[in-house]
Ligand binder design. Structure first.
Ligand code: SF4
Length: 420
């Protein structure tokens, strides 16, 4: 921290929470509890840091402003009467909040999920079956000579990622169906229809098999992926980043499983890793917290008093379609992002909605109880996980007049416990 002459304070090496890169070298200048400048932040983060507005009210019940205590009592009352509550939206918040959300779900016997859509768990489900060779951002920066972005466009989704891995000294390949912004600056672009992702990985696998086969047994038609297979085999240290479009496609699971098996195979020849490039910050934390508290990374039912893994059924969109929940607790994020209009319409009407908003990305939505909370990434201390699974500290840049999500969740649970 350094002070300048005009009472401005520069907070150094702050962690940015606005994408899963979680850049931890951001300098933020604060004057009179307001962010006036940043250094090292990308354009997107700089704009959020400077223009973030804290929600004006601590709480609303049925659209009317009430005190926080009244809101907590109203939320507890709704949850007490609920037969089938559901807790979701665990990204873009601290690990401490995620832990409080799991504790509340456990206490009320709710289902809980951290996925935006059922499909976003494909990669994690494949990791459970096949394991994952992983690595840290530091290893990529210092050791990798080949980086592949498969259906990932970090220049738009994770603007500083290329800079942070030191892309100038590496061969960067983009495999995608569109000539994205990242593809335009990459050393090589391989155009591939998304629907052929799985087949392409199978082709690369068979090219690798042929590497060990005698020349006479090689097929006559050499695969178009043969050169790419040579490239990855000859890398000293390679990494494949898999984007959400590949993971969340209909063939997301077989593709994820195939790429994880390919990476294992590649480690017989050289050193190779694979990382999913999730958009939301601290998605990795949500899976970690759910796993260490329940034994499962997503889609967990706690209704029976013990955790049950229900990856297909325990997902907000599915549950709204089946009309099988009566209360939804949205801890973080914007429900509009992943739900259909029909599903959105049932929230707050057929299904009571308890919602937390910090003014970052949320759109208007009819809620039974809506808590205005301190903005994540600006006014909340705690920890959060980068996409490579490294936990980082989150520090407060400007103080908020509002409570944190963690505190409100804990207070709702205390209210329920005291009513017992
Ligand atoms: S790349 Fe992501 S984490 Fe880094 S400054 Fe930009 S939004 Fe923040």
């Amino acid at each position: 921290m350094s002070n300048s002459s005009d009472n401005a304070i520069e907070l150094q090496d702050m962690t940015c929470g606005f994408c899963s890169c979680m850049c931890d070298d951001i300098n933020i200048t604060v004057r009179d509890n307001e962010i006036v400048d940043t250094k090292n932040a990308c354009e997107k983060a700089h704009s959020i840091f400077l223009h973030q507005r804290h929600p004006p009210t601590a709480c609303q019940v049925d659209g009317q402003s009430v005190s926080l205590e009244q809101g907590i009592r109203a939320a507890a009352e709704i949850l007490k009467k609920s037969q089938s509550p559901f807790v979701y939206g665990l990204g873009q918040t601290t690990t401490e909040t995620q832990r409080a959300a799991v504790a509340l779900a456990d206490y009320i016997g709710a289902g809980i999920d951290c996925r935006a859509t059922a499909a976003s768990g494909h990669f994690t489900a494949a990791v459970q079956q096949h394991g994952q060779v992983t690595c840290s951002l530091g290893e990529i920066k210092n050791r990798a000579d080949l980086v592949v972005f498969w259906n990932a466009n970090p220049l738009e989704t994770h603007p500083r990622l290329l800079q942070r891995i030191g892309n100038d000294s590496k061969h960067v390949v983009v495999v995608d169906d569109t000539n994205t912004a990242t593809a335009k600056v990459a050393d090589q672009f391989i155009s591939l229809e998304n629907q052929n992702n799985f087949l392409a990985i199978r082709e690369i696998q068979s090219c690798l098999k042929n590497k060990n086969a005698p020349q006479s047994e090689l097929p006559e038609n050499v695969s178009p992926w043969s050169d790419f297979a040579d490239q990855i085999i000859n890398a000293k240290y390679g990494v494949i980043f898999v984007g959400t479009r590949a993971i969340e496609s209909t063939a997301g699971y077989p593709f994820s499983a195939a790429i994880l098996k390919l990476i294992r195979k590649l480690n017989q020849f050289t050193r190779f890793s694979c990382l999913p490039l999730h958009g939301q910050s601290n998605s990795a934390g949500a899976e970690n917290v759910l796993t260490w508290q329940t034994g499962f990374p997503f889609g967990v039912e706690l209704r029976q008093g013990y955790p049950e893994f229900n990856p297909v059924g325990c997902q907000l969109g599915t549950l709204l379609d089946q009309a099988s929940i009566d209360v939804a607790v949205c801890v973080s994020g914007d429900p509009h992002a992943a739900l259909t209009d029909h599903q959105i319409a049932s929230l707050g009407r057929n299904v009571s909605l308890i919602r937390f908003c910090d003014g970052t990305t949320e759109r208007e939505l009819e809620s039974n109880v809506s808590f205005g909370v301190a903005p994540f990434g600006i006014s909340v201390a705690g920890s959060a996980y980068r996409f490579d699974g490294v936990p980082l500290p989150m520090r407060i840049a400007t103080a908020s007049h509002l409570q944190t999500r963690e505190m409100v969740l804990q207070n709702i649970q205390s209210e329920l416990e005291s009513a017992q």
